[in-house]
Design a protein around this ligand. Sequence first.
Ligand code: G
Ligand code: G
Ligand code: MN
Ligand code: NA
Length: 250
Amino acid sequence: LTLETELRKALREGQFELHYQPQKSFSTGKVVGLEALLRWNHPQKGYISPSEFIPLAEKTGLIIEIGDWVLHEACKQNKAWQNQGYDPITVSVNLSAKQFHQRSLVDKVKDILNDTGLSPYYLELEITESMAMSNENYILKTLKDLRDLGVLVSIDDFGTGYSSFKYLSLFPITKLKIDKMFLNNEQQENKAIVKSIIHMSHSLNMKVIAEGVETMEQFAFLSQERCDEMQGFYFSKPLPATQLTKFFTV
Ligand code: G
Ligand code: G
Ligand code: MN
Ligand code: NA
């Protein structure tokens, strides 16, 4: 079977799963969000990372169907946790470029929220700099429509692309996610970069989260710099839905 045929089969046969990684608030110490990360549980090969199949899914357009499934599943699961009585938290979903650029995205998100009963405030969409930083009017319109709907939008892997200050201040973005490469302590300049991103986020009334936090030193530095949220192996790796309730409060 070609990878494309296998991907179609995987969708049909329910081989995709979402794992979730906790995001901790610096000020409250509580888990305030989860990033949904797609996993392909292949019957023979076991878990396959999205980095191995997302590029082909993008090329063939299958990413739309896979992405629809991810959005629906993440919203449904988050609502289920709320129904079980846990304090409501945000679920973040990674969007690929093709998904973000589909004209029907906003209506689709609206339908999924209606269908699952999740309040828009508890859904965050992650886009990358390259997807957002262009002056095409429909990007601004899409972002405004999502904001009007009440959905949050964050910029993933921030600092690795080409962001324009103009668009950063113009676009209704709620959060920047500092790319994990900047947490590498071996490069002294990285500390200055992280400080600058935190400071800039706050100046632009955005929140900021650091990804890839692995050590107590990184946690201490980010706390000292008042980074709003943190995510990484130091707190937890991404886990199946059944293993997350221990992080929740009631
Ligand atoms: O968790 P992991 O290291 O395997 O993720 C690898 C890459 O796949 C990351 O860049 C992540 O953003 C991306 N990714 C994870 N889940 C999804 C998803 O549901 N949709 C898209 N488009 N990308 C995802
Ligand atoms: O591109 P994106 O930021 O969505 O991808 C997040 C990726 O980072 C996922 O594949 C996730 O599994 C991985 N990840 C999460 N926490 C850590 C961490 O603390 N260290 C490292 N090296 N990777 C992490
Ligand atoms: Mn992400
Ligand atoms: Na990232």
